[in-house]
Write a protein that binds this ligand. Structure first.
Ligand code: GDP
Length: 331
C-alpha cells in the first residue's frame, strides 16, 4: 500500500480507524471520532489490483482474483481530508505492521482484513464447558505466526478445571514459547495479570461462542462486553460478517477488538511446505532431514521432525495438527 501525494491545499489529518460500517469508517483523532469515507481513487487502487496497468478506467480483468474486499481495516492508521464538521475523506492508508484476515467462504475467493497493527492475538479458550479444541487453536496459532502477530493464550473458567490433560497441554504451549494465562471470572484468578499484559496494547480477541469471552471482557472492565455485543448484534450474529466492527479503549490503557462469529482465520496463501515454519517447535529441525528442505515431515525416512516427535521433543498431538493442516491446504 503506497502513500499517494496530496496535491490539495485542504488540511490533511492522521488518525486510527476505530469503527467501520457499510463503507464508513470512524477515525479517531485526539479522542474525537471523525466519520470518513474512502476517496474513490484510493478505493480503486486498493480494490482492483488486477486491473490492466494501461487501462485508464481500472477495468477489472479477473474478478476471481480480487482478494481485498475492503481496503481499510480496524487499527489502520490513515490520512484524511476534512470534508466538513466531523466528516472526512480517507486518502492514504499507512503501511501496516501486520494484519489479520479471514477468508470469505463465498463463491469468489476474497480476503477480508479484519484488523491491522495488532500487538496480541488473544486466543480465548475455556478449561471446560466447552472443552478446549486444541486443533483449532493450533490452526489459529499457525495463522498468527504467518501474520507475525504475537499470540496470547487465555484459558477461562479455571475454577472448572479438573482435567489434567488441559494443564498438560497448557504446559506444552508454554514450553514451546507461548504465554498462557489461566483466568477465572468466577474467582478473579489472574484477571489482574491479564490486565497488566494487555495494558497499552492493541489486541484482538478470538474464541468460540460460550468460552466466556464476554464474561472475561467484563471482568477486565465492567460493561465492556455490553458495548462490544451491541456491535456484534448490529452486524448480524452468526453470519461471520466483518462489515461492522469496532475497537474499544480499555480504561486501564490499550484497545480491544472482538471478532464475533469469526470462525476461520485465513491460512491465506500459506503453502503446504510452509506450514512447518509456523509450528514454532518444528523450526529448529527444519532443513535437518535427509531430504532437506524438500521433506514434508510426513512419510519420508530420516526426518528430523519425526525423530523429534518420537523423542517427545515435539508433541504428537501438535504434530498431528500439523499433518491435518498441511493436508487441508494441499487438498
Ligand atoms: P461467550 O459466548 O464467549 O461470550 O461466553 P459468555 O461470557 O457468555 O459465557 C458463557 C457461559 O460461561 C456463561 O454461562 C458464563 O456464566 C460462564 N462463565 C464465563 N466465565 C466463567 C468462569 O470464569 N467460570 C465459570 N464457572 N463460568 C463462567
Amino acid at each position: 500500500m503506497s502513500l499517494e501525494t496530496n496535491t490539495s491545499h485542504e488540511e490533511t489529518l492522521q488518525g486510527t480507524v476505530y469503527k467501520k460500517s457499510q463503507r464508513h469508517y470512524g477515525v479517531r483523532v485526539n479522542g474525537h471520532l471523525i466519520d470518513c469515507e474512502v476517496s474513490s481513487r484510493l478505493r480503486k487502487h486498493l480494490e482492483y489490483p488486477t486491473a490492466a496497468p494501461t487501462s485508464r478506467r481500472h477495468r477489472v480483468l479477473d474478478v476471481h482474483k480480487i482478494r481485498v474486499v475492503d481496503p481499510i481495516a480496524i487499527g489502520d492508521v490513515v490520512q484524511f481530508l476534512r470534508a466538513g464538521d466531523d466528516v472526512g475523506i480517507i486518502t492514504h492508508v499507512l503501511p501496516r505492521r501486520n494484519q489479520i484476515a479471514r477468508q470469505d467462504p463465498g463463491v469468489r475467493p476474497t480476503e477480508q482484513v479484519i484488523a491491522a497493527n495488532i500487538d496480541y492475538l488473544v486466543h480465548v479458550i475455556a478449561c471446560a464447558q466447552p472443552p478446549p479444541k486444541w486443533a483449532l487453536l493450533d490452526r489459529y496459532l499457525a495463522s498468527a505466526e504467518k501474520a507475525e502477530i504475537p499470540s496470547l493464550i487465555v484459558l477461562t473458567k479455571s475454577d472448572l478445571l479438573k482435567d489434567e490433560a488441559v494443564r498438560h497441554e497448557a504446559e506444552n504451549f508454554r514450553r514451546i514459547g507461548y504465554r498462557v494465562i489461566f483466568t477465572s471470572a468466577a474467582t478473579g484468578q489472574d484477571v489482574e495479570e491479564l490486565r497488566e499484559t494487555l495494558r497499552d496494547k492493541m489486541c484482538v480477541f478470538v474464541g468460540m461462542s460460550g468460552v466466556g469471552k464476554s464474561t472475561l471482557l467484563n471482568a477486565l472492565q465492567p460493561e465492556l462486553a455490553l458495548r462490544v455485543k451491541q456491535i456484534s448484534h448490529a452486524s448480524g450474529k452468526g453470519k461471520h460478517t466483518t462489515s461492522h466492527l469496532e475497537m474499544f479503549d480499555f480504561d486501564f490503557g490499550g484497545r480491544v477488538v472482538d471478532t464475533p462469529g469469526l470462525k476461520y482465520l485465513t491460512l491465506w496463501e500459506m503453502e503446504g511446505a510452509e506450514v512447518a515454519e509456523h509450528f514454532v517447535e518444528m523450526r529448529p529441525y527444519l532443513g535437518k532431514c535427509k531430504f532437506g528442505a524438500d521433506c514434508s515431515h510426513d512419510h519420508e525416512p530420516d526426518c528430523a521432525v519425526k525423530c523429534a516427535v518420537d523423542a517427545d521433543a515435539i508433541s504428537e498431538r501438535r504434530y498431528k495438527s500439523y499433518l491435518t493442516i498441511k493436508e487441508k491446504i494441499s487438498a
